[in-house]
Write a protein that binds this ligand. Sequence first.
Ligand code: PAF
Length: 303
Amino acid sequence: MRVITTATDLSRELDEARRAGHSVGLVPTMGALHAGHRSLVERAAQECDVAVVSVFVNPTQFNDRSDLERYPRDLDGDVALAEEAGASLVFAPQVEEMYPGFPDTSGTTVHVAGVTEAMEGASRPGHFDGVATVVTKLLAITGRCRAYFGEKDYQQLAVVRRLVADLRLPVDVVACATVRDPDGVALSSRNARLSSAERVSARVLHQALLAGVAAIEDGERDPERVADVMEVVLAGEPGVVVDYATVVDAATLQAPQVVAGEVRLLLAGWLGSVRLIDNLGATAPPIGPYEAEERSIRLCAGV
Ligand code: PAF
């Protein structure tokens, strides 16, 4: 396993691989790799001749300095996991390599509009500019590739899809299912910072999402009522301070008037000083004309 630290070396190596007819897969990460990342790397290694794992704790996507300082770092452990999972290369640049002139990061910034305003974008101002900027840099350095992102960060996935489409980057974005512990808690590097009591409380996030999905499956079409169902479950766990619980259109991330077609349920909450996010998808049959009319009458009447 080789660790490359400069953009020039990585680009040269991957250009050579492509010239030799090899396909390239990129798994962008901030390190502290866990079984969720492993599943991304394994898939990249299965589907591509050369699988690259980037390990870079991106300072511009942290709006809370102490969150950046406390972010777990373990490059040796990351390299070992990446190798076991079948990666060919690890790209682990220093911060100045990605942001020349650091700590001044006021150079080019990529801003993706339309899918960044709500949820994480509202709670963490500037976060998605940091994500979009560093992902654009990583994709530019990597060149033509398949890039693997977890559905756990569903809004981030939408941001990356949007920037790849709008900037016409030669990249296939591959979405990978969230990996969960047996009790339903989504794997996250942040879980390592939970106390044992907080780790128990964290189960409620997935339970709330399941309750929301069940409400939709039982025929609930009002997004606010689905959100209420999730909030009631969350309120049953005093260890969690809810940031948001919401239902959006799965493709546009806009709040729908009616739950119909592919939707995504997303939530975020604080467990002590640790903020966790999670989400699940659901499908509701498209709404018929009678139902739509009945709903608009109810909305006008305020019931
Ligand atoms: O999901 C992450 O780990 C990060 O947001 C990413 C995509 C590697 C960008 O820093």
